[in-house]
Design a binder for this molecule. Structure first.
Ligand SMILES: Nc1ncnc2c1ncn2[C@@H]1O[C@H](COP(=O)(O)OP(=O)(O)OP(=O)(O)O)[C@@H](O)[C@H]1O
Length: 323
């Protein structure tokens, strides 16, 4: 018999017993990078999720799954301080969530490059690093060299050195995604939040991006929250899955959450999780999935038409930022 994680005991790790930090004060050194406690989010009568306990320590890689409209992006907005909870608390590194938190690097859902077509990849990353200050255009000598070296290192860390001087408008989807990730990493964040970074990428590129995130969290201890519909691309890397559906959720390792029993309980209707030569396929009856906005398609590459949920990067300061 398979284990199903009850949502009341769904914390990824036991919640920290460290004392709460005062708002704006220093966070406890041992505090998890992300900590949601009895968190709830509703719009009117519609409950996206409630009683959500989530604790993510440094270096954990968490994938957020769920059908369209389940509340994945809204969860990210809560962590970014852009959407208030309806109940419970949300903390980043022991402090209450707030807008413009420079400890968070964010790669929003939209892949568009608003007006940025002629801007070089290295300049995008440079602005991610220094744009909130007065900018390297005004730097000279040593400061300028240090900035250039740091940008080169960032580009290299995401495998983007080869197109560092290419206009971003010329880049492929996978190349552009690497630049966006380098931009989000520019402030050396404790937490990297990515909203569907695999959308519009082919399978090989999906695996590359997932591996990139895995390397980052291992080498730098950066925690990663990753919204995706492509479970198979991340399955070998993630520590935990948070699966949202119909106002409820499951949290746990892949082997516990991605089972027929777990998802059937979550949806309250029969769902089969089939292991097809190492790829997980989620199958549900059509009439049931229509009501729950969930289908097999949710677990495969889908329409690359992505949309902007209006979120803002903490260091969003320039009109041509990659969004
Ligand atoms: N400010 C808001 N006011 C009212 N409803 C909202 C608001 N923001 C989001 N919603 C609704 O909440 C639901 C969840 O939206 P969200 O973008 O979080 O879903 P999602 O799981 O990320 O979906 P997708 O996979 O399609 O991106 C949607 O039905 C959306 O219309």
């Amino acid at each position: 018999m398979r284990t199903v994680i009850d949502k009341t005991e769904g914390s990824i790790v036991p919640r920290s017993t460290a004392p709460a930090a005062p708002p704006g004060g220093p966070g406890p050194a041992t505090a998890p990078v992300v900590e949601l406690s009895h968190a709830a989010l509703s719009f009117g009568d519609r409950v996206l999720w409630s009683d959500l306990d989530l604790s993510i320590p440094a270096g954990q890689f968490v994938a957020v799954l769920g059908a369209n409209g389940a509340g994945k992006t809204s969860l990210l907005k809560v962590l970014l301080g852009e959407l208030p909870l309806s109940g419970g608390t949300a903390r980043i590194a022991g402090r209450p969530v707030r807008r413009g938190n420079d400890r968070i690097g964010y790669v929003p859902q939209r892949v568009g490059i608003d007006g940025a077509a002629m801007v070089k990849a290295r300049d995008v990353v440079r602005l991610g690093r220094d744009g909130h200050r007065w900018g390297p255009s005004f730097q000279i000598g040593r400061a300028r060299r240090e900035t250039r070296s740091a940008v080169d290192d960032l580009l290299e860390s995401v495998g983007a050195s080869a197109f560092a001087d290419a206009p971003v408008g010329m880049l492929s989807g996978g190349e552009l995604q690497r630049v966006r990730i380098a931009e989000a990493l520019a402030g050396d964040p404790d937490l990297l939040i990515l909203d569907e970074p695999l959308a519009a990428l082919d399978l090989a590129r999906q695996h590359e991006v997932a591996e990139l995130m895995d390397r980052r969290r291992r080498d730098h201890g950066t925690s990663v929250i990753f919204v995706t519909h492509e479970i198979n691309a991340v399955i070998d890397h993630v520590d935990q899955i948070l699966y949202l559906a119909g106002g409820r959720f499951r949290i746990g390792p892949v082997a516990e959450v991605m089972t027929s029993q777990s998802l059937s309980e979550l949806y309250g209707a029969p769902v089969d999780v089939i292991d097809a030569h190492g790829r997980l396929v989620v199958v549900a009856a059509n009439d049931m999935t229509a009501g729950m906005h969930q289908s097999v398609d949710d677990h495969f590459p889908h329409d690359p038409d992505v949309h902007d949920h209006g979120a803002h990067h903490p260091a969003d300061h320039e009109g041509w930022r990659l969004r």
